[in-house]
Design a protein around this ligand. Structure first.
Ligand SMILES: [Fe+2]
Length: 157
């Protein structure tokens, strides 16, 4: 049983997945700060709708940040918790100076695409490790974000 963690998952597989979950946590933290910046700095005719829409989005992202960090703890490890680590590990780069609807929404769409690719790969890894709890979290994120991609794309069309 030494090869199993407290919730009965194979330690090596779980630790490999935690490594990916920490990178995903970092991506969410950088994406969160980008969207927070869009909420503050957006200008133009779409100000009122996008100011609100970005608030709705960053509120959701910060809930996912907490859920991912607590999943990492549930798997017996420690979530990354410094900005330096987030910048080093994130798949999403910080965005500066975006103030118009097209640039900000395109940046959101690009970030969702990055998250979706990372999460699908991690879902496969979690499934192979028998980690149904993580599979459920990632499956829910993927479903929600695929729909958001449709809606943000429709907004730009
Ligand atoms: Fe605000």
């Amino acid at each position: 049983m030494d090869n199993l963690n407290a919730i009965g998952l194979e330690k090596n597989q779980s630790e490999a997945l935690v490594h990916e979950l920490n990178k995903l946590l970092a991506s969410y933290q950088v994406f969160y700060m980008n969207v927070r910046g869009f909420h503050w700095n957006i200008r133009g005719h779409q100000f009122f709708e996008l100011h609100l829409k970005f608030e709705e989005l960053y509120d959701d992202l910060i809930l996912k940040v907490d859920e991912l960090a607590e999943r990492i703890l549930t798997l017996g490890s420690t979530p990354l918790h410094s900005y330096a680590d987030y910048l080093e590990c994130s798949s999403i780069q910080p965005v500066k100076g975006a103030i118009d609807a097209k640039t900000t929404v395109e940046s959101v769409l690009k970030a969702f695409q990055t998250l979706l690719i990372d999460q699908r790969s991690m879902l496969k890894q979690a499934s192979e490790a028998g980690d149904e709890g993580t599979v459920a979290i990632l499956g829910e994120y993927i479903k929600q974000q695929e729909k958001l991609v449709w809606m943000y794309s429709a907004y730009l069309a």
